[in-house]
Design a protein around this ligand. Structure first.
Ligand code: COA
Ligand code: AMP
Length: 626
């Protein structure tokens, strides 16, 4: 561990010097003279006197340095049978024009814009256009229901929503307009306009506040980049917490640009001109950081893929894209690989494609189980790199730093802490545990640049959710251990967040949807193991006394309620009616015990349990269903 240790130690010994040096790779309109502002600790800010524009750094600077004719973006959409590409010059022109279009609608620096677009180039254009004029974007994933969109509108208070008429799923066309109308019917805040990108698969009926994307762009004049403070927000991305209310993770401007550019080179080994593909969705943090900002900040070519890993048209979809665009690396979630493996266990499709340009497979979003790791490694013959991070951090906390040196892989481990992150495993009392012992994974403050400075409009919730469990530490919500070589093994969440096919969801919000059913007295939702999706939610409901319902009808209604309130992405299908839920004497539902039981593990039963007999009846329900 030569190069890695040297760089990691430097980042710990002199974070100021380390990050000011990294900041040299970014164009500033006012160069920062100071790295860290700790005057409001535990709330930290990076590069407090710096000023820059992210869209300039992602586009204009590359055009100015002679990369104008290089491809910036490749759009590959098997679901619409479309391919397109944009050079840096073309993408800059499109972004500048759409930035002018937003300006013509009255959007100015600091205003929020909600982006509700599927995986089309316009999603990237809209994000960068906001960045160009200093507006704060908040992208909402297409698989969410109106209620989730409404929660984001209410919290972010957008001046404008930029949307498409539909998203395209293999099994159906998802019309966005009714979702937007339903969401806005439920919010007190109303945007001034909805900019609508009409797609052929389903066009939206327009109302007075709706503006057609193409009409708007046709009459717009290009806007120049607006310099903003490094500490100004670039975007808000809502993510699931333990309660039903999503958390608005704030990303700053300067720290984000510095950290992402650093990560592209040092973690992912991507240089200007390389072709890089992240198969995720712009609605998730992986899409923000590594479809959009990271690759463009370093002058690489990014691939935007609208489709699924399998069935578009076959289990060779990913290999076709890698081969056709000569991508150097792919970043995706293990669930996508499991889907391919399920359809083509021997990976016979790979032989049809030339993967000679392909060098690394990066995996994150959920734990890379050793079985999937071995399969991917064997069939692809390239390093398969698991790495671990979260919406909150915006870039990897633990990884195998390919750009510094490739460390030996240990299946099941996300490898080592990334420079900038002081990762520690703590016991209940906040003491570091010995190597090999599992505990809560925490990061010693301050977090490095690019990580969340706060939650949107809610410093208190930020402190309470992340910084108050262990003083001086950020609580990741994951548990795991460090081995004697310093490798980190992330084992799972310690809270009520679950990860379904790489999608982060809150069991609390699924419970809220179940509880809204008139027959339900109380309920619990846990994440249980699923061979394809990693985890799926599973519900247990206790009915109100005297309620007489047909169980199959009730189940359908509960599944529909989750789909209505959270969206199809929750993949909620399993719910059982039980007589009672296992609880402590103080009334706390023993979800961990339930999780263990559903997964067939024997969790120790807490001595505080109110009625151990409840566990027996739960066990027989589960056994009967299995
Ligand atoms: N818009 C609307 N609906 C969406 C959607 C979107 N963007 N994405 C998913 N959905 C819907 C699906 O159509 C499906 O609906 P259905 O119940 O009517 O069939 C439901 O949400 C569940 O979708 P998903 O979990 O994606 O299951 P799937 O069977 O369609 O696909 C995988 C399974 C593994 C192929 C897919 O989940 C996948 O590619 N996952 C990778 C996730 C990822 O990239 N995560 C980011 C972290 S790196
Ligand atoms: P998200 O914020 O959606 O990126 O989800 C972050 C959560 O996903 C983490 O807190 C982990 O629980 C889980 N996660 C992401 N990547 C990994 C990984 N490589 N190994 C284990 N868990 C992961």
């Amino acid at each position: 561990m030569g190069a890695y240790v040297e760089v990691y130690d430097r980042s710990m010994a002199d974070p100021e010097g380390f990050w000011l040096a990294a900041a040299e790779d970014i164009d500033w309109t006012r160069k920062p003279t100071m790295a860290l502002d700790d005057s409001r600790a535990p709330l930290y800010r990076w590069f407090p006197d710096g000023e820059l524009n992210t869209a300039h750094n992602a586009l204009d600077r590359h055009v100015e340095s002679g990369r104008g004719d290089q491809t910036a973006l490749i759009y590959d959409s098997p679901v619409t049978d479309t391919k397109a590409s944009y050079t840096y010059t073309e993408l800059r022109e499109y972004v500048a024009t759409f930035a002018g279009a937003l300006t013509s609608l009255g959007v100015t620096k600091g205003d929020r814009v909600i982006i509700y677009l599927p995986m089309v180039p316009e999603a990237i254009v809209a994000m960068l256009a906001c960045a160009r004029i200093g507006a704060v974007h908040s992208v909402v994933f297409g698989g969410f229901a109106p209620k989730e969109l409404a929660a984001r509108v209410e919290d972010a208070q957008p001046k404008v929503i930029v949307a498409a008429s539909c998203g395209i799923e293999p099994s159906r066309v998802v019309e966005y307009k009714p979702i937007i109308d339903d969401a806005l019917a439920a919010t007190t805040h109303q945007p001034d306009h909805v900019v609508m990108l009409q797609r052929q698969a389903a066009t939206a009926a327009m109302t007075d506040r709706d503006v057609d994307w193409h009409d708007l762009v046709a009459s717009a004049s290009p806007a120049d980049p607006v310099p903003v403070a490094a500490t100004d927000p670039l975007y808000i991305l809502y993510t699931s917490g333990t309660t039903g209310k999503p958390k608005g993770v704030v990303r700053d401007t300067g720290g984000h640009a510095v950290a992402l550019a650093w990560s592209m080179r040092n973690v992912y080994d991507v240089a200007p001109g390389d072709v890089w593909w992240t198969a995720s969705d712009v609605g998730w943090v992986v899409g923000h950081s590594y479809i959009v900002y990271g690759p463009l900040l370093v002058g690489a070519t990014t691939v935007l893929y609208e489709g699924k890993p399998v069935g578009t048209p076959d289990a060779g979809a990913f290999w076709r894209v890698l081969s056709e665009h000569r991508a150097k690396a792919l970043f995706t979630a293990p669930t996508a690989l499991r889907a391919i493996k399920k359809m083509d266990p021997k990976a016979t499709e790979i032989a049809k494609y030339d993967l000679s340009a392909f060098q690394t497979l990066f995996m994150a979003g959920e734990r890379l189980d050793p079985e999937t790791y071995h399969w991917a490694h064997d069939v692809l013959g390239v390093p398969v790199i698991d790495h671990w991070w979260q919406t909150e951090t915006g870039w990897p906390i633990a990884a195998n730093p390919r750009g510094l040196e490739t460390l030996p892989v240990k299946p099941g481990s996300a490898t080592v802490p990334v420079p900038g992150y002081d990762v520690q495993v703590l016991d209940q009392q906040g003491n570091q545990v010995p190597a090999g012992q599992e505990g809560a994974i925490a990061i010693k403050l301050p977090l490095p640049p690019g990580t969340l400075p706060t939650l949107w409009g809610d410093d208190d919730r930020y402190v309470e959710s992340y910084l108050s469990r262990y003083e001086g530490y950020y609580l990741t919500g994951d548990s795991g251990y460090l081995d004697s070589d310093g490798y980190l093994f992330v084992m799972g969440r310690t809270d009520d967040v679950i990860n379904v096919a790489g999608h982060r969801l809150s069991t609390g919000s699924i419970e809220a949807a179940l509880a809204s059913h008139p027959a339900v007295a109380e309920c619990a939702v846990i994440g249980v193991h699923d061979a394809l999706k990693g985890q799926v939610p599973r519900g247990f409901v206790v009915l109100k006394s005297g309620v007489d319902v047909e169980e199959d009808t009730l189940r359908d209604e509960l599944v529909a309620a989750v789909r209505r309130d959270i969206g199809p992405v929750a993949a909620f299908r399993d719910v059982s009616v039980v007589d009672a839920l296992p609880k402590t004497r103080s009334g706390k539902i023993l979800r961990k015990t339930m999780r263990g039981m559903a997964d067939g593990r024997d969790e120790p039963v807490p001595s505080t349990i109110e009625d151990p007999g409840v566990l027996d009846s739960l066990r027989s329900v589960l056994r009967a269903e299995r």
